[in-house]
Design a protein around this ligand. Sequence first.
Ligand SMILES: Cc1cc2nc3c(=O)[nH]c(=O)nc-3n(C[C@H](O)[C@H](O)[C@H](O)COP(=O)(O)OP(=O)(O)OC[C@H]3O[C@@H](n4cnc5c(N)ncnc54)[C@H](O)[C@@H]3O)c2cc1C
Length: 492
Amino acid sequence: MKKIAVIGSGFAGLTSAIELANLGYDVTVFEKNSQAGGRARKFDAEGFIFDMGPSWYWMPDVFEKFFHRHGKKIEDYYQLVKLDPGFSVVYGKNDAIEVPSSFDKLVDIFEGIESGSGSKLKKFMSKAETKYKIGMDSLVYKPSHSIFEFVNGKVLKGLFQLNVFTNFRSYVKKYFTNPKLTKLMEFPILFLGATPQNTPALYSLMNYSGLYQGTYYPMGGFHEIILGLSKLANEKGVKFKFSSNVEKISITSEKVNDITVNGKKINFDGVVAAADYNHVEQVLLEPKFRNYSNEYWDNREMAPSSLLFYVGLNKKLGNVKHHNLFFDEDFDEHAKEIYDDPQWPKKPLFYLSCPSITDPSVAPEGKENLMFLIPLAPGLKDTEDMRETYFKIILDRLHQLTGNKIEKDIIFKKSYCVNDFKSDYNAFKGNAYGLANTLRQTAVLKPAMRNKKVKNLYYTGQLTVPGPGVPPSIISGQIVANEIHKQLKKAS
Ligand SMILES: Cc1cc2nc3c(=O)[nH]c(=O)nc-3n(C[C@H](O)[C@H](O)[C@H](O)COP(=O)(O)OP(=O)(O)OC[C@H]3O[C@@H](n4cnc5c(N)ncnc54)[C@H](O)[C@@H]3O)c2cc1C
């Protein structure tokens, strides 16, 4: 049985480990932290259970497909509910759109805001559905070694429908003029970590997921998915080593010979690096074995970092939903401060997740579990004072916009920002979501999955194909397993 090491236990590490164990390998996952999940870890405090990272469950078919591949169903591991409303976008005081789970109801809401936009939304969505289907069937499950992987009948036939070379903002403006509707339509692609001006309209497939398929929630919290995948991995025989920091990957004759974990060398036949790509290359490998230089990384457009606050509240909130986007300030100004002129935002947009509205198990009775998130430029100077300044800003805005005054009811609070992303995940510049999905950084133009100089070393996760987000990381793990399997078979 050939031995494979997987470095990192985020979504990509877990799914690649499951796939490889299923293919008959002896798989060990090494994780520097004390629990699985990476950016999707959780912690418990004062009776609250906080998800530390992802909270939006979109593209449910990707999760389903993954479990089905292994003869399982999602319900074997966690219970999914569809949220209604899926989310709320707050534009000002008493001014919000609640996105219903029913698409027909959303069409009516659009029509009520801008005459004629209901039928345009249907048209937009039908095209987005085509993109989603072509994307899922023919684009995202590719290793992206070569452009020729994408030359097939379906893609060529759909080429003009994919809008690869149109930018997302101008595409949306062809359909809608009301700023509330354009902001709402631009929101789903923020998950891709780039601005609407810089994102190909191809990614309106995200609108199909968020506004048509709907927003789901795993009861118990997002971390239930990690527990489910860990259980499946255990069932397949995957071994886990926690608190196991990989310090070095040693190469002999163009092959990984061993990895050093907590000071000890261990031999493997192959390595899947599911930790941040930049860290693996620039820290664990000697320069001559790296795919990319420091200069290459400095020229990448990273997806944002974030300032997060996990807050336990001694009362219930009114006037908020499970997912709340506070879009009352100018998105373009905030985006400039993330991408063009990196600095702490003057008037940030922010997001509030309140899972205890749906799920009583994540907070004690009568209390509320909150997570606030402000997207930030990666690499900003992160200080306690700065974090506190922004906490005050968002509490004031929450009060103004929703009437909820919460300062005196906070019984638990923890912040998380750039420095934590660096120290917990070895994240390049403290990024939260990896690499931005711009046209220049899509598919074959992303950091490659295979190491070009070391035959049995492969990369997976949100910094390589297909990109940032939980569903892409699951797909990434699936693709990489197949790639290293092909290589090891060829070599034996
Ligand atoms: C705050 C936040 C909110 C998000 N919200 C959403 C959302 O709502 N929906 C969505 O779909 N996506 C969301 N995302 C993105 C999503 O969480 C990520 O894209 C995905 O989890 C990345 O998975 P990964 O496996 O690539 O990386 P990671 O989860 O980062 O896993 C990498 C692992 O490698 C480990 N590691 C690093 N270095 C070493 C080493 N030397 N030795 C051993 N182990 C090491 C790390 O500890 C980590 O566990 C969010 C991300 C963040 C941070």
